[in-house]
Write a protein that binds this ligand. Sequence first.
Ligand code: SF4
Ligand code: SF4
Length: 96
Amino acid sequence: MPKVAFSKENIGKCLCGECPVQVQSTCAKEKYAEAQKVQGMPTPEQVPGLYCSSGKATCQDLRWVEHCLCPGCLVWAENSLKTNHYCSRGSADQSE
Ligand code: SF4
Ligand code: SF4
């Protein structure tokens, strides 16, 4: 049950923004645009990614059946994560 840190460094490594599950999501695009304007550390609700740390996505227009990029992510390797689709399953400490 790894607890992944919600940090700027991990947000930078996260591949969720390029993932087929949410690459077409209008909601996620809007959230990314807003998150870029945030001074300092954004809250988990403001970041449409790093779901292995923050838990299920709040956007509802994701295509859950598409392929998840998590197993190719540095955060996944560094935290010895084992599964995928954290945007749907919830955070790693809850779902692994
Ligand atoms: S958790 Fe996996 S499936 Fe969900 S957006 Fe991120 S890379 Fe894609
Ligand atoms: S393991 Fe998945 S959810 Fe976690 S930082 Fe990487 S791409 Fe994002």
